[in-house]
Design a protein around this ligand. Sequence first.
Ligand SMILES: [Zn+2]
Length: 416
Amino acid sequence: MLAAVLIVTAFLCAKLLLQFWLEILNAREVRAHCREIPASFAGVMDQSTYEKSVEYTLAKSRFSRVQLVWDVLILGIVLFSGLLPALYQKIVPSSGGSVFSEAAYLFGVGILLAIPSMPLDWIEQFRLEDRFGFNTTTQKTWWMDRIKGLLLTVVLGYPLLLLILKLVEWMGDRWWFWAWALVLGFQLVMIVLAPVLIMPLFNKFSSLPEGPLRDRLLALGNRTGFKAAAIQVMDGSKRSKHSNAFFTGFGRFRKIVLFDTLINQLSEVELEAVLAHEIGHYKRKHIPKMLLLSAAGLLFAFFIIAKLAGQPWFYRAFGFEPGSIVPALLLFSLLSGAVTFWFSPLFNLLSRRFEYQADSYAAHTMSEPDSLIGALRKLNEKNLSNLTPHPLYSGFYYSHPTLLERERALLKHAQV
Ligand SMILES: [Zn+2]
């Protein structure tokens, strides 16, 4: 039992130390370049914007360090204070609870654990982001987002949880396979339904307004065989001045969403290049590939939960009595981050590969790399991106290659 506690503590501390070290490394790298904008970025930002981007990066890094320590402290208290088994005894009758009380316990703990991160989220939005002129969220929107999120979890999450617990009853030792199939099916349905039913609860989606931009993007859609109706504009400006574009869904349910902030910042030809990049994700089947990977990860996760549920020492290490599957589910969801964290660089490596492929598709479709390069430069400028991340930091955390890496790849592509 003591060994289990020590192993968990060691994993949590190792993760914290590495994250902290990466933050310090990155901040040092940014400070080393802070006086003058590096030559390779001469056209991207003017000096005062560059200084602001340095300040923004350093402020975010300081905030991250506070957040890292806070999260580990909360997790440590939750795991080792005896709070979780005490609540379990209160909510689930010792004579063996129904799946309803078991699910209510898991659900209640989940909501309880979401509370400690709220003050930091609030500070990030209304202090940090606000200080650099990015915040456009009102207090009302911020609180409504949380209430809507909670209601959605109740409506969708609670029934799913009940079904999983029922599967444990019905399927015996093989429950984990069926639970995996259920959750996977749920995820696939949500990918199709979320853009229609859930995302509109948070944002307004509209089709492109009539005009030359619409004509240009529709022409690109026709040229590449991408259904034009699937291109939509989202009111991202409701929450932030940050700009973005993303691709969602698969097959007939595909959709490309451009933020209104992006449309305001880029020229028409640059927007066309960004759309070509997003279509590139579709053409190269990046979403189905990522889904396949996450399905495999999910299957492995359920298998591990089933294995842990058979280990009395695992329960006792955290103050539970073996028997129900519920403590194993809960502990796994709390602890898995300390393990999956070490695999995130591999996942990001794959993600960056996909970004290069989408960039290459865009340059090919536009017959030139300059429009996309122009768009990326503007995006980095407007979002005050860190132009000089430490290679270890970007290698570990970045889902997209850095501006310099993308430019180099795009220009190399143009020479071939
Ligand atoms: Zn992309």
